[in-house]
Design a protein around this ligand. Sequence first.
Ligand SMILES: [Ca+2]
Ligand SMILES: [Ca+2]
Length: 294
Amino acid sequence: MASPNGLSEWTSVRCAHRPDEIGAVLFPNSMLGNHLRCLMSRLIALLVLPFALLHPATAQKPSPAKKDSPKILYTVPLVLTPGTSQKLTLRGRNLDTVKEVKVTGADPAKVKVLAGKKTPVGNNQPGERIGDTEVAIELELPKGTKPEVTLTAISPGGESAAYTPLIRDELPPVAEKEPNDGFDQAQTIPVPSAVEGTIKGERDVDVYSFAGKKGDKLVIEVQAARFGSPVDALITLYDGDRKVVAAVDDSDGSPDPVMMVTLPRDGAFFLSLIDAHDLGGPQFGYRLVVRKQK
Ligand SMILES: [Ca+2]
Ligand SMILES: [Ca+2]
């Protein structure tokens, strides 16, 4: 007689219509015959199946994270400065109701949550990368804070994954200064240095100039998308005659370009940085590192 859960039909079907895998494994020698193997497989099924039915959770995936959980995509400004109290905006999803932000990897760290709000995504903006909510915080990291700091946002909807922010290091920081939209407006920077800039609007171009010597081996690198910034940077290096020396869009599977270059002559060089999709806005932060190769 069939049981309510169909167990009898299941074992019968296995014996009548399918190769008897369990019996064949246990009794590969055919002299025991198909009938005995079939009985053995029924017995094993009777022992195993009720256990599986009593513990259905073992066959299910863990429940996914709550859909209301906050998510931190990036910070504005993108670069955090240890040793000073800094006002930041965390951008992402479900951040408008955040009441607490946890910091790990920096001790002591002071953090104060100010206010959250919804921020509708504009036309042409990539909503997935821009985020639709934000929360303002005041953050103080101790001097010498290392890059392994993480931020976690907590709201009534849940807790975000840990976000690793971009921390200012020992390279001399330079604040970007507009207007810098062409060769004639290029902002002069030292080598080495790290420019903290923004693609401030659609089709913004940021041009920098620096002095170099023939044979200098430089690394010119943008840090942005790896830290969640919506910028997909594209950099182009020009010589003093405004002829292209090299251009890089993406590197190592990241939208962040890394250019390894040997300067072809002495003199001034220009470096332009644009968003590869001509997008931009106040959230499009980047850090541009220009230094000698190690
Ligand atoms: Ca500009
Ligand atoms: Ca790129």
